[in-house]
Design a protein around this ligand. Structure first.
Ligand code: SF4
Length: 356
């Protein structure tokens, strides 16, 4: 489903059209039925900030507020914000001159910001600060004469944005196999950076294979794979071995959600699926299943996880145990344009912090 409009008529499904109409049936299993719920899961600080930024921009400036690309990669979040008056566009030239435009959490290249400025758009940058950190690294290392090997998925918006900060000195390395063939202009002054939402294990394999070919390859000063991605993968690694089935709530274009499915399968879950909505759970997935693991990507509202739990209860999975591997309390302040209310006072949402 493509929820990005052409700027004239937003297309979105009606609210709750995704709800299941026929309940899941209980299937007999020879062991107790249970759910293990991974924690942390769901919204990270960067997503929370970006979603609040669009909501607040709508409050402050009124509809329409234009948003370049999906503000975060989740169909329900985009559907909900579309209903509230956000207009999702693919490129800045789809917004009328002088409009308010929000850049998504995945970040943009300097060229996109320049395009927006040339159209007199009033830009609000909701780029996650942890993505901005990678942008700053790309700028700094390119200034210092390094060639950057950017480990990440070709075509992903975040990778496009980071690449755009040093386009003449960056080569994208898509996966471990690409590390074996990538060509670089200089084998001495090389450093790697990465997309924030990769599989930690796969990224480290890519880096190891790069280093085998380029022994002078330098590490970035700190991890680029963000705390939220890492924490959700650690929790998944903990629950996966005991699960007959893992359900990850998240959208198909959500890198960290897709990685969670891969991690679940790799760490011992007998089966692992991704769903946007509870109604996508198939009855046949429950055959012979006693223990179901549940997690959700960093862009997923908790409400969608609770709908999965409610639907599985219909099939007899009422025993829910939370497995918490760490706690998170990071919050990011809102983009500067949105920190105050109409009276110039600090808005109560200025620090983000919604936990659902
Ligand atoms: S997943 Fe990580 S990098 Fe992406 S918005 Fe969340 S905290 Fe930021």
């Amino acid at each position: 489903m493509n929820l990005v409009s052409n700027g004239s008529a937003a297309v979105f499904p009606p609210a709750h059209s995704h709800r299941r109409t026929v309940p899941l049936a209980a299937v007999a299993v020879d062991r107790p039925k249970r759910i293990v719920l991974a924690a942390p899961r769901g919204y990270c600080a960067g997503v929370d900030r970006a979603v609040i930024a669009v909501e607040k921009a709508l409050d402050q400036y009124g509809s329409p507020v234009y948003v370049r690309k999906e503000i975060v990669h989740n169909v329900e979040v985009v559907r909900d914000l579309t209903q509230r008056g956000a207009v999702f566009i693919n490129e800045v030239d789809e917004a009328p001159e002088g409009a308010h435009l929000v850049f998504s959490a995945h970040g943009v290249s300097p060229a996109v910001k320049a395009d927006a400025a040339s159209r007199n758009l009033l830009s609000i940058d909701a780029t996650c600060p942890l993505v901005t950190k990678v942008h700053r690294e790309a700028e700094r290392f390119s200034r210092q004469g390094f060639h950057i090997l950017l480990v990440g998925h070709i075509g992903h918006e975040e990778v496009e944005g980071t690449f755009g900060h040093a386009p003449d000195q960056t080569t994208i390395v898509h996966d471990p196999d690409a590390a074996d063939t990538v060509e670089v202009p200089d084998t001495e002054n090389l450093i790697w950076l990465s997309q924030t939402t990769l599989s930690v294990d796969e990224a480290m394999e890519t880096v190891a294979r790069l280093r085998a070919r380029f022994p002078h390859l330098q590490d970035p000063p700190s991890d680029d794979i963000c705390y939220a991605t890492q924490n959700r993968q650690v929790a998944m690694k903990k629950i996966a071995p005991e699960c007959d089935l893992v359900i990850v709530v998240g959208s198909a274009n959500s890198s960290n959600s897709v990685r969670l499915v891969e991690v679940a399968a790799e760490y011992g879950a007998r089966a692992a699926y991704r769903v946007d909505y509870a109604s996508e759970i198939k009855q046949e997935w429950l055959e012979g299943v006693a223990t179901i693991g549940i997690s959700s990507g960093a862009s997923v509202p908790e409400m969608l996880v609770q709908e999965v739990i409610a639907d599985l209860a219909e099939a007899g999975y009422v025993d829910v145990e939370t497995v918490q591997t760490t706690t998170e309390d990071l919050v990011f302040s809102l983009p500067k344009e949105l920190r105050t209310n109409a009276n110039g006072e600090q808005d109560e949402r200025a620090l983000g912090g919604r936990r659902s």
